[in-house]
Design a protein around this ligand. Structure first.
Ligand SMILES: [Zn+2]
Length: 158
């Protein structure tokens, strides 16, 4: 973890503890460990990934705790939940000002992140035209990655 991301993780932990206390919820090691795990990676994780990672670190966390903690983290705006592709939800840390977009390969499940300031600006203007105040913008493009296109080619051959 580099300096900037560890600072981000520290700040997230502070906010999370505050959120838990405000809601009369216990600050547990499991909850903090899950937050750490999400902030230690740039990957998009689902609940099963998190469970597996915790198991790998010999930390006993129940599936219910994982789901409950993820809900809490999403509630306080520290973690972003996206339905990428059809099957399930992915979680990733929220970066300050970090509204990025996703391309999702429907063949391989690969997720590509992209940013485009001009695109975001254009979307804001479209919202303005509709007197709509955006609080969060995220685009998901589904299709086939380079690898995915090869897979599809191979399968359509048969
Ligand atoms: Zn992402």
């Amino acid at each position: 973890m580099n300096d900037m991301s560890s600072k981000l993780a520290q700040r997230a932990q502070k906010l999370f503890i505050q959120h838990l206390r405000e809601n009369n919820l216990k600050v547990t090691q499991e909850r903090l460990a899950l937050l750490d795990e999400i902030f230690a990676t740039d990957e998009h994780l689902d609940a099963d990934d998190l469970l597996a990672r915790m198991k790998g670190k010999q930390r006993k966390v129940s599936r219910a705790t994982v789901y409950r903690t993820l809900d809490l983290l999403v509630q306080c705006g520290l973690v972003r939940k996206s339905r990428l592709g059809r099957e399930h939800y992915y979680y990733e840390k929220m970066e300050p000002g970090g509204g990025h977009h996703h391309m999702v390969c429907t063949a391989t499940g690969k997720i590509i992140e992209f940013w485009d300031a001009e695109l975001d600006e254009r979307l804001r203007r479209i919202c303005q035209d509709h007197k709509f105040r955006p609080t969060f913008i995220s685009i998901q493009v589904q299709g086939l990655s380079e690898e995915g296109q090869k897979v599809e080619q191979n399968t359509s051959f048969f």
